[in-house]
Write a protein that binds this ligand. Sequence first.
Ligand code: HEC
Length: 309
Amino acid sequence: MEEKKKVESEINFKSLLKNPIRLFSLVYIYFFIVALVIGVYYVNNLDAVSFNTVPGTSLDTLNVVREIETKVGGMKPAMDLTLITEPTQELIAKGKNLYKTTCASCHGDEGKGDGVAAAALNPKPRNFHSAEGWTNGRTFYDLYKTVNDGVPGTGMTAYEFISPEDRVAIIQYIRTLGDYPEVTMAEVKDKLDATYNLSAGIVDPNHIPIKESISILADENKKNIELSMTITDKIKNDNVKSANLLKENSLDLEKVVYNYITKLNQEDYNSFIQKLDSDPVSLGFKASIVNLMDNDIKLIYLYLKNVSG
Ligand code: HEC
């Protein structure tokens, strides 16, 4: 009887009904266990949780090298300016072909601005039969500028790769599609040729891919580093007066040699001194070298020249 009473006094269901908040004291232990299990699970899987498994929406641009193609440059030939004022039938026919391959996808086979690619574009490609709403304008010069620079912010990109003569051919073809302003020799010479140098030809530089140029530079640099190490050893073992002068006045001998090989070896004595005076430390010398007598600096210069030559 005694026992029973004890249990009853411990869980007094009647008073529990009157004061339900006390229920919590009976079940909180289960909340606690569930929270603990979740916590342990979380900590155990922390590695996986901390990685973002959703792929980023933008590329890490620091690691993207925009590659360019290898291209042998050269002179784009000078062009005959009379082809602008007096186009030949041959030139126009050539322009028509070029137009079909390069421009028709947007501007349409007939030049009405209704090519297959036009639907997706806003603003729409220009209709060459109409004089309305042109951005750059319709003179020969304006047309040339449009092909050269494109129209920024629209589907009309710059067609830099088209040679001047081919551009002129395409423009001459376009001009047959509507009523375009006359071209005078004065406009051609004073505006077109003055801006784009058509009669002089264009020098087109060589291009090499960035990756290739990086590895060429790295190879070259490696060679220079190896060379400076060899020369530095030679200097360290040399005991003539000029070698000692050099050693006494260097903070970092190898740096001096490297800079000499890569930057200073083409210089005559006067510009050597100028470079030295302006920033001796970044060249690997002690700052105090600028206080040396001119003769001593000359000794150092001649010695470096000799030993690395
Ligand atoms: C990818 C589509 C596309 C291609 C390909 C294209 N164009 Fe365009 N072009 C446009 C769009 C879009 C415009 C309208 C730009 C604007 O509203 O100013 C335009 C406008 C023009 C204009 C008129 C610019 C002005 O003053 O309003 C000229 C001229 C022109 N293009 C010439 C050419 C020539 C020549 C070629 C081929 C070498 C070419 N386009 C190829 C999309 C294209």
